[in-house]
Design a binder for this molecule. Structure first.
Ligand code: HEM
Length: 466
């Protein structure tokens, strides 16, 4: 006999919609987990979903012979923008397999190393901007990291300069993307008839913002098509020329466009938020700041930051891992039983909880990565020491999953890592920082990702007198 899975009682028709504030859904879901425990049930958008927050349950769900990624909730809504792209495809969709095969080498370690100079170019723009600002100009931390990561992914993946550091307003892609992500979140919890027939004003704006994003990506692709002799090997070239090694099949223009949009979405907000959260700890924990800066001084000194330095910053790297443990910037991943198994139901939790065919099981990463059974009573504390290479490699399987699961895990992980290490090394080498509001309390803002809100700081050039 399986157990009844608890959860707040919903209302007829609308289910638990009132239990989740779409503007703050991740934190709402976390609060419900505190009340109901490691697994609970909610009826959202017309279907009953399970929400899990212990490492043991997530470990079981990570078994790819039984479960796979489910594209549901906000992600399913994102298919309105990028259809069967790498990020939004169902695992059994044909296009996912071709795109994955074609893009894996283009995201491999060698290819990412080749992107170092372009990442350095964009990172230098941020350093220059902050140096010119001087110590009295308040910096909106998340906003500038968004400029950095958007420009880096656009340059490295499609050789396009968005020049965000040279404009007051960011590229229109960002505004449209933020609106689309926010609306996708809201659409996910509303019943479909409300989305399509009642909220007509929101629908019109949603479609308009999607069109803006597609237009920006189309212009880039058309320009590249107009220059067939273009030599540089970036992700766009890989998508245009790449063929499935077995079948010889390539990607259609529509698929290329969908994936360009995905790189721009998935490739910047998550990394920008990682850097912003890490900065929260640099700004509020003098011990962390001192150790991180001392590491940069010792390893790099005053000379140029090079590719070779990237593997020599263990303390900063541990801090990044610990940041993603406490604040997984893509905060949920959703599983369901593999459709090809053709089973009506299965169980998790040693036979205790039933999961029926097609039922979404959402892993709440913020809670799961603070599971006291793995991390102890101080799980909520930021302690880079617990994430040294040695300790990290010895962690129980699937207790740290900010990059998702298995074959559907993040393809851009090495990109994000190199980019983050590089910018942190350059910033710590050149500046000291202090919060604008010394009493700042961490506020978490959410779209599809989470990031710190309203965090401002001052950056002062170091005099390098040691
Ligand atoms: C998938 C997190 C950076 C591109 C994912 C998933 C997570 C994730 C959790 C799985 C999503 C799911 O199961 O629904 C992160 C984090 C990042 C980051 C925390 C930075 C700190 C990047 C970058 C890129 C990227 C820089 C592109 C350059 C993708 C793509 C997928 C993905 C295309 C879908 C892969 C597939 O399903 O085959 N990411 N990501 N991500 N990410 Fe990232």
């Amino acid at each position: 006999m399986t157990e009844t899975i608890p959860g707040p009682k919903g209302l007829p028709v609308i289910g638990n919609i009132l239990d989740i504030d779409p503007v703050d859904a991740v934190q709402c879901l976390g609060r419900i987990a505190k009340e109901y425990g490691e697994i609970y049930k909610l009826s959202v958008g017309g279907t009953a979903k399970l929400f899990v927050s212990s490492r043991n349950l997530v470990n079981e769900l990570s078994d790819e012979s039984r479960f796979t990624k489910q594209v549901s909730g906000p992600l399913a809504q994102l298919r309105n923008v990028c259809a069967d792209s790498l990020f939004t495809a169902h695992s059994d969709e044909h296009n996912w397999h071709i795109t994955h095969k074609i893009l894996m080498p283009a995201f491999g370690p060698l290819a990412i190393r080749d992107m170092f100079d372009e990442m350095h170019d964009i990172a230098s723009q941020q350093v220059t901007k902050w140096a010119r600002f001087g110590p009295k100009e308040a910096i909106d931390v998340s906003s500038d990291f968004t400029r950095l990561t958007l420009d880096a992914i656009a340059l490295c993946s499609m050789s396009t300069r968005f020049n965000s550091f040279y404009r007051d307003e960011m590229n229109p892609f960002v505004g449209s993307m933020l609106e689309v992500l926010a609306e996708s979140g809201k659409r996910a919890v509303r019943p479909p008839f409300v989305n399509d027939y009642i909220m007509r004003g929101s629908l019109k704006n949603y479609n308009h913002q999607i069109a803006v994003m597609k237009e920006i990506a189309s212009e880039i692709l058309e320009e590249r098509r107009a220059n067939p002799g273009y030599q540089k090997k970036d992700l766009l070239t890989a998508m245009i020329n790449g063929r499935d090694p077995k079948t010889g099949e390539g990607l259609s223009d529509e698929s290329i466009l969908n994936n360009m949009i995905v790189f721009l979405i998935a490739g910047h907000e998550t990394t920008s938020a990682l850097l912003s959260f890490y900065f929260y700890y640099l700004l509020t924990r003098p011990d962390v700041f001192e150790k991180a800066q001392a590491e940069v001084d010792e390893v790099i000194g005053r000379g140029p930051v090079t590719l070779e330095h990237m593997s020599k910053l263990p303390y900063i790297e541990a801090g990044l891992r610990e940041t993603l443990r406490l604040h997984p910037t893509a905060p949920v991943i959703t599983f369901h039983t593999r459709p090809d198994l053709n089973i009506e139901k299965t169980t998790i939790g040693g036979g205790r909880f039933e999961v029926s065919r097609g039922q979404g099981v959402v892993a709440l990463l913020v809670e799961m990565q603070r599971d006291p059974a793995v991390w102890g009573d101080d799980a909520d504390e930021f302690k880079p020491e617990r994430m040294t290479e040695e300790k990290f490699n010895a962690l129980p399987a699937n207790s740290w999953k900010p990059f998702g699961n298995g074959i559907r895990g993040c393809i851009g992980r090495s990109f994000a890592w190199q980019e983050s290490l590089l910018i942190l090394a350059m910033l710590l080498q050149n500046f000291n920082f202090r919060l604008r509001d010394p009493d700042y309390q961490l506020v978490i803002k959410q779209t599809l990702t989470i990031k710190p809100g309203n965090m401002f700081m001052y950056a002062t050039l170091r005099d390098h007198v040691t």
